[in-house]
Design a binder for this molecule. Structure first.
Ligand SMILES: [Zn+2]
Length: 415
């Protein structure tokens, strides 16, 4: 009897572990972006070995120079693209994972954070959970289809992308705008795990508010305008804005109530020349505004800016300028339609439980596919524990379950 993809996956979990150990061993720490050339050539090779056409797409040096800080100009960026045309398929699904990892610190239970040590049903190491485990799960799913001569019902695109741990601009952000892809559906293989399928994530806007005063000698403060005092009044006024945000709610499909939040002054500073005997001429603070999955960054920013302008106007001689230093788009895909039902069906068959649709507070690369390509996009992968922490690990049983879920979806859903 020919084995099914699921039984093949059970019999070959050792291949998954070996690949994940290889991936973890290539320490793609970002920043600054180590070993990208090594891992992407390995990934191209692995995609080819499981039956895909695959290649590495280098980011043009001129483009990289514009985006990266000077100390990273000697660290080239690459994305990997694999494709599989399936006989009879009319629709295409895209699987995405980032291959970079955050830096390590501390003492790890099993020695090096790049060893991929196995113990107690877990595999340990930086990137096991975020998100090289997802890559290993998908590769085993594709290997299982090839080995069992099972034709997927969808054409398959796979991308392994750079720089998610910084800003994704040369990774998924570059891919959706420049690579020859044309998916109808996308799965970013993180954000949802276990019984939870991620159908959206929050976003963020980071602003910097500068209050401009006028310097004077500390013995004659009445001759100056104290920027710190003006800033204090402005920060107090923001309490009203926080109260307004707290009233704004979004109930997720799994009945969690989410609210936008704001953190003020994660960074604050006086200008140059700040001295105890000088009236401060400048005061500056940051605002970290978390944006709900159903909001937009533009709307949130415009609303906050107009509140700040109005609040500053009410404070005598309070002159401000507001600059944005970063944002990250939220996204939300109402979990309706055949794709969401199919993924829920596959997950239900593999786990024998009814999955739920959730919204993640942290962001991932889903919004690039959801916003830019405007296709149904969800997040699901094997996940793990202590992501970004010491003893980051992925559960072996979840790695194989994720592989089975991807394989099940590819053999049951035609789009
Ligand atoms: Zn990640």
């Amino acid at each position: 009897m020919r084995s099914t993809p699921a039984s093949y996956i059970d019999a070959h979990s050792g291949d998954l572990i070996a690949r994940l150990q290889q991936l973890v061993g290539i320490a793609t720490v970002n920043p600054p972006g180590h070993s990208y050339a090594t891992i992407t050539s390995y990934l191209v090779h692995e995609l080819q070995s499981v039956g895909l056409k695959a290649r590495r797409i280098p980011i043009p040096a001129a483009k990289a120079k514009k985006v990266l800080p000077p100390e990273q100009h000697d660290k080239p960026r690459f994305n990997v693209l694999g494709t599989l045309k399936a006989r009879g398929a009319t629709k295409t699904i895209h699987f995405n994972a980032h291959y970079d990892v955050v830096p390590v610190s501390g003492t790890w239970r099993h020695g090096s954070p790049f060893s991929g040590a196995v113990g107690g049903g877990w595999i340990y190491g930086r990137g096991t959970a975020d998100m090289k485990g997802s890559i290993a799960s998908l590769l085993l799913a594709l290997q299982a289809l090839k080995a069992t001569k099972t034709t997927p019902k969808l054409n398959v695109e796979v991308s392994f992308t750079a720089d998610e741990e910084t800003d994704s601009l040369l990774g998924a952000g570059w891919l959706v705008e420049n690579a020859p892809i044309k998916p109808d559906y996308a799965i970013v293989m993180e954000g949802g795990e276990g019984d939870e399928i991620c159908c959206g994530h929050n976003g963020v806007v980071w602003l910097e508010v500068t209050v401009h005063g006028r310097a004077a000698h500390g013995s004659t403060p009445e001759k100056g305008v104290n920027a710190l005092e003006k800033m204090s009044a402005l920060v107090l006024a923001l309490e009203e804005y926080k109260a307004k945000l707290a009233k704004q709610t979004f109930t997720t499909p799994d009945n969690k109530v989410m609210r936008p939040t704001m953190n003020v002054g994660g960074v604050f500073a006086s200008g140059e020349g700040g001295k105890i005997n000088t009236v401060p001429a400048l005061a500056r603070f940051s605002i970290d505004r978390r944006v709900l999955a159903i909001e937009t960054v533009d709307q949130a920013e415009a609303d906050l800016r107009s509140f700040l302008a109005a609040a500053a106007k009410k404070i005598p001689q309070c002159k401000i300028t507001v600059a944005k230093f970063s944002d990250n788009h939220p996204c939300y895909n109402a979990p309706e339609g055949s794709f969401f039902a199919a993924v829920a069906g596959s997950l239900g068959r593999v786990r024998r439980r009814q999955p739920v649709f959730s919204v993640s507070t942290g962001f991932n690369d889903m919004h690039f596919f959801s916003h830019h390509l405007k296709i149904p996009t969800l997040g699901y992968g094997p996940g793990g524990e202590d992501i970004h922490g010491i003893n980051e690990r992925a559960k072996l049983s979840e790695l194989t379950r994720a592989a089975k879920t991807y394989a099940d979806l590819l053999t049951t859903f035609a789009g």
